[in-house]
Design a protein around this ligand. Sequence first.
Ligand SMILES: C[S@@+](CC[C@H](N)C(=O)[O-])C[C@H]1O[C@@H](n2cnc3c(N)ncnc32)[C@H](O)[C@@H]1O
Length: 267
Amino acid sequence: MKENTSYFETNRQGWNARTELHKDSEFYDVKSFKEGKSSLLKIVDGLLDDISGKSLLHLQCHFGMDSLSLSRKGAQVTGIDISDKGIETAISLSQELNIPARFIRTNVYDIEQVLGEENFDHVFTSYGTIVWLPDLNEWARLIHKYLKSGGQFTIVDFHPALDMFNWEKEKLEYNYFNKGVYEETLENTYAAKEQELILKEFFWIHSLSEIMSALLDHGLQIKHFKEYDYSPYNCFENMKERKENEYVWGSHGIAFPHVFSLQCIKP
Ligand SMILES: C[S@@+](CC[C@H](N)C(=O)[O-])C[C@H]1O[C@@H](n2cnc3c(N)ncnc32)[C@H](O)[C@@H]1O
């Protein structure tokens, strides 16, 4: 993983800068969250229905709103993220709102250094996570390691088919199949588009078969898989709300897969 160190470092700095804007953004609506509203949207909420009393490891938890929403549902949550600002903000929200959760700043790939031999009933990750990870084989190994026997992994993320497009220009720009790292420079962040923020970032696109094969190769059993023709977040350029909390991308009216959900069990 040494070859990716400088990519991770650039992305960490980018996520620090984004978090400063995200925590005050209308998009994340921290005010409503503080008043008791869950930040979990329907797909995740439905899949993580029965988590009261369960231990849950939340990978790439950003600044912790979903982790804390899961804690409000009764889970014992550990959230990890590479961003210092993300983890600082998560800890401060947890303390201010008196919602118990543990937050640790770490790269996904370094979790063994902080979690040792612990294990969890659930491992969970969602929306905008897999593209920051170069190596899904190692990712799946860690998910398998940190699940208890009988434990469940849940991922809900943007569909790799949608990642093929340049959303602003509405044209195909990226390979569906993983061809290595992409570099991009953005002028703002999805949650605060009105504010200028120059962001350089490195990302990787992983096909659905690459994602599933990595999990299957590590002995996890797939128990649920679904694709959705909308995103619950208005987070890309050129999205339209077709009904409440259902956004579709592009002006051509063609039904694209926007999001997928996948759950596995460790036998
Ligand atoms: C789009 S956010 C996840 C969104 C989250 N569902 C939310 O909206 O609250 C992606 C997160 O991945 C984190 N991240 C990126 N690369 C990472 C890595 N290698 N290890 C751990 N976290 C990483 C970023 O810091 C960021 O907080």
